[in-house]
Design a protein around this ligand. Sequence first.
Ligand SMILES: Cc1cc2nc3c(=O)[nH]c(=O)nc-3n(C[C@H](O)[C@H](O)[C@H](O)COP(=O)(O)OP(=O)(O)OC[C@H]3O[C@@H](n4cnc5c(N)ncnc54)[C@H](O)[C@@H]3O)c2cc1C
Length: 503
Amino acid sequence: MTDQTASEIPTLQDIVIVWFKRDLRFTDHEPLYVAQQQNLPILLIYCFEPTVMDYPDSDVRHWRFVYQSLQDMQSKLDGLNAKIYIFHNHITTVFQSLSEKYNIKNIYSHQEIGNKITYDRDLDIQKFCLEKQIEWIEYQHNGVIRRLKSRKNWEQRWTQKMEEYPKIVNETQWNLMNLDDAFFQDLKGPELSIQITSNEPAFQPGGETNAWKYLQSFLIERNVNYSKHISKPQLSRKGCSRLSPYLAYGNISMRMVYQYTMQHYKTASNKRALSNFVSRLYWHCHFMQKFEDECRMEFENVNRAYDSMVKTKNEAYITAWQTGTTGVPIVDACIRCLHTTGYINFRMRALVVSFVVFNLWQDWREIKYFLAKLFLDYEPGIHYPQLQMQSGVTGVNTIRIYNPIKNAQEHDVEGIFIKTWIPELKNVPTPLLYEPWKMTSIEQEMYKVIIGKDYPAPIVDIDESRKAASDIVWAFQKTKAVKVEGDRILQKHVNNPSRPRNS
Ligand SMILES: Cc1cc2nc3c(=O)[nH]c(=O)nc-3n(C[C@H](O)[C@H](O)[C@H](O)COP(=O)(O)OP(=O)(O)OC[C@H]3O[C@@H](n4cnc5c(N)ncnc54)[C@H](O)[C@@H]3O)c2cc1C
């Protein structure tokens, strides 16, 4: 080893890093806004992390959306001779190598309300930053408050956050830096798979530009039927905002959605629709706050008293449900539609969950990752609390066991949704479509579908299974143990614990 005097030690260039995660946009981006004020070169990075991609909730559809979002961001940088550096590597390896080449003053990012793997990853990064004396500053994600002491005034704090002036960066003043190409090539990791980098037109396309298009078309035109169509599996595809994946991957901030909606509200002809919509923006953060405050919800019943409720895994039932072959048309149509498009509306999500956890009497944990993979808009902070609420294991929400026949008759009146996703039933007239097993053998011949051969007979008796589940869950709901835990949950997660809410 040779001795080096202080003057011989090469000084590393000072830089700051903006680390993009589920905040894939440039508009109203606080980490970027603050980084810009440091008067240091800014390195923009995103990392496709192998461990996160291997986690059981992850699907190629999510990474394709992320990739498209990054492409959209890059297209805005092209004219500036700048880049967002995309790695497919372990983030600790990336930061380690960058810290050997540069003096990283700060890392800026948004707080991530994620699953167990991203939580653990954040702990590793915290440790790394401490060792390297790098200041990692994380900013609040939408309306969700980290280390929240109490839900008191949370609603007011949410509104205040939504009404704050957005953090707009001035593109002409960006001081973005480029990495040495050889260094980047060494560090960037393997190419992403073709499934991630190629388009899949059946899914909503990612990116900030698309987020704004969806928001504008909803506020200008599509909102007129919002309240009327929100529960309809077919019509909701146009009548709802469809902003969920854009919010989940941060292609648009909640604050921008809120502020644009309030601007339109003043002149809107359908004010009720827009105020219903704003309530849902609030719910988005409300559910995420619950998860932020009690992230064990990914694995455990939020109400521990339900731990003693016995459900035995039935592989055949789960497979039938997962493949859209339960023999109950609306359930099968929803699951098949999810496989192909990544979206169904709220009521149909609640209905398919109700069917598997009540009629098929399966534990929500058996299907949590399967649904997470199917939802293009998968947001852990909404997914797990919603899943538990719909599974009747919170002890504080009304238990809803959805009747799949009645719901199909009411919300898929002409049967278009069912026929689209179950072509086996395309010739069956609507009155018979919802319960095809009731067709006579002559009708089955006539409509070219033999039940049990071309399309399955229902795997359970709907009425009997509903009654059996209902007896158990209502008996549980009345126990002292559920109530005690229920009080704890209300104290922790509700603004006004004396008033149980339906959210
Ligand atoms: C079991 C289950 C799992 C769910 N998992 C997710 C998920 O992973 N990601 C997700 O974004 N939504 C989830 N939801 C909530 C809801 O179904 C979707 O947000 C909604 O269908 C998205 O469509 P949209 O954007 O057109 O909604 P809109 O009705 O236009 O609402 C606007 C936005 O408000 C939020 N929102 C709407 N409804 C709810 C709700 N009930 N709870 C919380 N936020 C809401 C969403 O961000 C949505 O984009 C889940 C619901 C259930 C029952």
